[in-house]
Unconditional design. Sequence first.
Length: 323
Amino acid sequence: MKTIYTLVPETAVAEGVTGPRYLFTTANQFLQSVGKEPLFNVQLVGEKRKVTVQDGVYSVTTDLLLKEAKQADLIIIPPIFGDMRKAVELNEATLPWIVHQYNNGAEVASLCVGAFLLASTGLLNGKKCSTHWAYYNEFKERFGEVEVVDGGVITEEGGIYSSGGANSFWNLLLYILEKYTDRDIAILASKYFAIDIDRESQAAFMMFTGQKDHSDEEVKRAQQYIEENYHEKIIVDDLARMVAVSRRSFERRFKQATDNTVIEYLQRVKIEAAKRSFESTRKNISEVMFDVGYSDSKAFRTVFKKITGLTPIEYRNKYNKDT
């Protein structure tokens, strides 16, 4: 029997608490249907008997208090809701318990922005991690010793799992289910819960808005110029001259401020514009390519696939209701 504890932190996202229990208890039923014994003992664990979750509208009754919980095989940390710093502060008392469980042999899985709580334990230092793409910058600023996997849906290292944004946590749960049972049970669960079992990237869902939460005014001027003129031919030397900074210093400062090279930033701005065009117009691939400043179709398709995880045609078919 595998003992799975879902931690119920204050301000947890309700689905992140109920979802794991639903999936693993349903998996028990699948196992019984093929003549096998139930494998999972799933319980909710918290600092209090009743924990307020999400926006305060819901409360969850836990099965066990932290001090009552015995050694688990897996600890699941659901997403937390609202301001990440405040949410972590509200749940500081859970951090030593997570560390204790891990040090005594439990695996640990964070769902979406539950990664903020997991990273606060220090267990992720020097390791890779996935989280919601919209929180990358905040996460990197707070946890510089953790390597964020850009676009990753599932990351596993040293008995620690993490998942990408929002509903990506279902993919992680299926991944763990397959590891604990077999492929057939995982496929059955994926069909039952209508989840794409092998989705590996959240890149197609990512929206690039430009990282401007910094104080380098020259870099901000360059960013604004790129965003207003992405359809033109933009040369790094010209940008450096425009802001009166040497190229070497400009490239260093740009990377430091935005976490992208100048070329990467320009590519992401161009591809974001292409995505919006594919979503809202009926322009063909070549028209969109020229609109965003590409003349080489191979280069455009390569960069588009690298950033979104989909080809231009796949992206248009997925997100344009008129196709």
